[in-house]
Write a protein that binds this ligand. Structure first.
Ligand code: AMP
Ligand code: GLY
Length: 416
């Protein structure tokens, strides 16, 4: 099978590594890719949000499966165009990708399908925002309605700051604060059937101890040993299946990766957000543990035959990834620093490029993702941090507490 992966982050590098290991993949192209994907896939430049350009590239290379990594092309209708050209595509239509593209739309789907989530109001004016903040009280949660690369959400006890964020965003969703540890559950869907991958946990804040602003994600681990037995089944029946059914009922079936971001509250799992694609950095740890060949699974989803697939197989053990970000991230990142140690196994590339002299350089906010799998979470964590220690990026930042609470048995679901 000839496969095209669209995107240029660590998620796409991890996807390419898994696809390259699948014997059914005969050709692998990544567009536009990064210095990491260049070592496993052919690189092609492309404007990722241009449906015509992506479809042209897919047909030029004879792609039999297109996998769309990031959300922006999905929201721009790239999957619609690829499918219209008769090429199997893993990634939802623009209509179904609104699940991620508009927080208000996601809330509407959840309410129609009876999916447990935080109470919320959509607000357009400072008066509406002020009223909504006071209904819920602190801590305040204010979300930009549109796409914001994980950075459009402000959680704060400062009412003035919450109002200022609402004013800066325009249309916002203001919601009830959900207490409890977060879980990312990825579900593969062909529009009707839906299959969960292993649950993972992501670390959204920039600094240790969950301090500082939100980022795209600073590290992750899987699986989650602290999760009560039956949680995944519960989320499948209370969230994943109703969401897929509701989108199908609306005539906009969701074909691709439904990313369910949950809070494990005292009242059970509640949805914090939906995304319409693989999460980054969770993908790095989930795929590190997946034994089932990836291309076949995603092709089955893209072609409506997921129900005929055998159950997924997983490697024993656990995986941890630690993101190394550029100086000043999540603000405007410093770029072009030389990176040493970036070509070792387990080092997944995000914002990287290779200059004319062959030197690896930083080219984005999140630069690398040091990933390791081992028999135990503690061992995977140690190995991931050893890898971090062997990498040099001037001004680079990383968290030192990824998976620490889980290793020490300190992840607690609030008591009911
Ligand atoms: P989102 O983009 O909706 O995933 O929000 C980014 C991050 O903000 C989440 O991963 C949470 O850490 C936090 N967050 C979002 N919504 C809530 C909420 N209702 N209660 C508590 N934290 C939230
Ligand atoms: N890790 C969070 C995201 O991909 O949105």
């Amino acid at each position: 099978m000839r496969v095209l992966v669209l995107g240029s982050g660590a998620r796409e590098h991890a996807l390419c590594l898994s696809l390259a290991a699948d014997p059914s993949v005969t050709a692998l192209v990544c567009a536009p890719g990064n210095a990491g994907t260049a070592s496993v896939a052919e690189q092609r430049p492309v404007a990722t949000t241009d449906p015509v350009a992506v479809t042209q590239l897919a047909s030029d290379i004879g792609a039999e499966l297109v996998i769309i990594g990031p959300e922006a092309p999905l929201v721009a209708g790239v999957a619609d165009a690829v499918r219209a050209a008769g090429i199997a595509c893993f990634g939802p239509s623009a209509a179904a990708a609104r699940l991620e593209g508009s927080k208000a739309f996601a809330k509407d789907v959840m309410s129609a399908a009876g999916i447990p989530t935080a109470g919320s109001f959509v607000c357009q004016t400072p008066e509406e925002a002020a009223k909504a903040l006071d209904v819920f009280g602190p801590p305040y949660v204010v979300k930009d309605d549109g796409l914001a690369a994980g950075k459009g959400v402000l959680v704060t006890v400062d009412r003035e700051a919450a109002l200022a964020h609402a004013a800066a965003c325009g249309r916002v969703v203001i919601e009830e604060f959900l207490d409890g540890p977060e879980v990312s559950l990825f579900c593969v869907s062909d529009g009707t059937a839906v299959v969960p991958l292993l649950p993972a946990q992501d670390f959204k804040r920039i600094f240790d101890g969950d301090a500082g602003p939100n980022t795209g994600g600073m590290g992750a681990y899987a699986p989650l040993e602290w999760l009560p037995p039956g949680t995944v089944e519960q989320v499948m029946s209370s969230v994943a299946q109703p969401a897929i059914k509701e989108l199908s009922r609306r005539g906009t079936p969701f074909v691709g990766l439904l990313y369910i971001g949950l809070a494990m509250t005292s009242a059970g799992p509640k949805v914090i957000e939906f995304n319409a694609r693989f999460g980054d950095p969770e993908t790095q740890v989930v795929l590190a543990l997946l034994e089932t060949p990836l291309a076949g699974l995603l092709y089955a989803a893209a072609t409506g035959s997921l129900a005929e697939q055998p159950p997924l197989r997983w490697h024993e053990g656990a995986a941890v990834t630690v993101v190394i970000a550029a100086a000043n991230y999540p603000g405007t990142p410093r770029l072009d620093d030389a990176i040493y140690g970036g070509d070792q196994p387990g080092v997944i590339h995000a914002g990287t490029r290779r200059d004319a002299d062959g030197v690896l350089r930083s080219a984005g906010g999140r630069v690398l993702s040091a990933t390791a799998a081992a028999a135990t979470l503690a061992d995977a964590r140690s190995a991931a941090y050893r890898l971090v220690d062997s990498i040099e990026l001037p001004g680079g930042q990383h968290r030192t507490d990824i998976a620490w609470k889980a290793v020490t048995g300190k992840v607690a679901i609030p008591a009911g």
